[in-house]
Structures are given as C-alpha cells and as structure tokens.
Design a protein around this ligand. Sequence first.
Ligand SMILES: C[S@@+](CC[C@H](N)C(=O)[O-])C[C@H]1O[C@@H](n2cnc3c(N)ncnc32)[C@H](O)[C@@H]1O
Length: 199
Amino acid sequence: MLSPMPPRTRLRDVLLGRDHVCPWWFVWTFDNPLRRMIHDPEQILGGLVRPGDTAVDVGCGRGYFTVPLAGLVGPGGRVVAVDLQDEMLAGVRRRAERAGVAGRVRLHRCGPDRLGVEGPADLVLAFWMAHEVPERARFLGEVAALLRPGGHLLLAEPVLHVAAREVERTIALAEAAGLVRVTSPRIAFSRSALLRRPA
Ligand SMILES: C[S@@+](CC[C@H](N)C(=O)[O-])C[C@H]1O[C@@H](n2cnc3c(N)ncnc32)[C@H](O)[C@@H]1O
C-alpha cells in the first residue's frame, strides 16, 4: 500500500508566516554568498568562544554559523549542530567537510519539543530560530540547563517577521529559566540579546 504524501510547505505560506518551521529549500534566500556582507560570523561570535570551547548551534540550518564556530573553537573544541531537518544537517556536513572541520562538528537531529543535547556548553547560538519553536519556555529551560555556569546564549531573531514585543517575551522566558541579560548586540536585520548563566 502507498504511504500518504507528507504535507508540502508552499512558498506563499512561508512568506505569509503560515508555516512555522523554515523549510530547507527556503534557506538559500538568506544563507547565500551575499550574507557575509551583513553577517560576519567571526565578528558576531569572535568574543564569545575560545579555543577548546564547546558550542551548540541550535536551529543551525545549513551551517552558516556552524563552520566558522568550528574554526573559532579550534581542533581542541567541538560544535554540536542541532536541527529538526535532515536536509539541513546534510548541508552542514557538506560544508564542514569542505572546510576541513568535520572532525569537530557533531550533527544532532532533534525533535520539535526537545533538543536532547548533552552539555555543558560554553555558548549556545539560537540564530533566527527561536520564533519557530512551539514550546519556547521549555526550549529555553533546556538551553539554560545545557550551559555551563558562566556560559552564554546568543539569541537573534529576524527583525522582518518577529516583532520587538515578541522578542522581549522570549528574553523574559530565558530570564525565567535562570539566564541573565548581559547586552543587546547590534546584528544586522536582527533583534538580539546576549544572556549568561550566572556562575
Ligand atoms: C530561519 S532558519 C535559521 C538557520 C540558521 N540558524 C541560520 O541563521 O542560517 C531556522 C532553523 O531552525 C530550525 N528549527 C525550527 N524549529 C526548531 C526546533 N524546535 N528545534 C531545532 N531547530 C529548529 C529549522 O529547521 C531551520 O533550520
């Protein structure tokens, strides 16, 4: 017997915000060679990790930040790339192999309501993804538990389709999970917050 076709996400639904999870085929719209002109990964992440650190890139997409993070943590560090979609993780694998850093990148497919990643992490990056998570309080609780004391969460939400009050709500949930807001880094086309797990 034929199995039922999975539901298809259409471009119109994505543009109208009707679909909550960014489909893998839509990523090229922002993860393309022009992006480096607005999002320089080394500049955004450089002060947040050191050689030997462990970083977790949640909702990593096709690894725009994962691979530069792997460069920043160096051969003695590691990066866990976490996403819901196998197609995204396959893209991360290809990119990491091309850059010669695959040995320090671990791929992890999570569920919509549970990351299931073991810590401790020095940095969790949640770039343009938190608004896609249905159970945000639970998600941020898991992120807070994953961080080592003194570790950071960098949260960035896309300015074009996440309102300022919605981002503030997400930050309040992170604070309720025990994180402390340190600053609001300036990142192009983003509303951002750097939060820290108290030592
Ligand atoms: C807009 S993309 C951003 C990708 C990447 N962070 C970047 O900046 O290029 C959002 C990503 O979050 C992932 N995502 C959505 N909900 C998620 C969840 N609950 N847990 C983990 N990843 C999720 C999607 O599959 C997608 O790859």
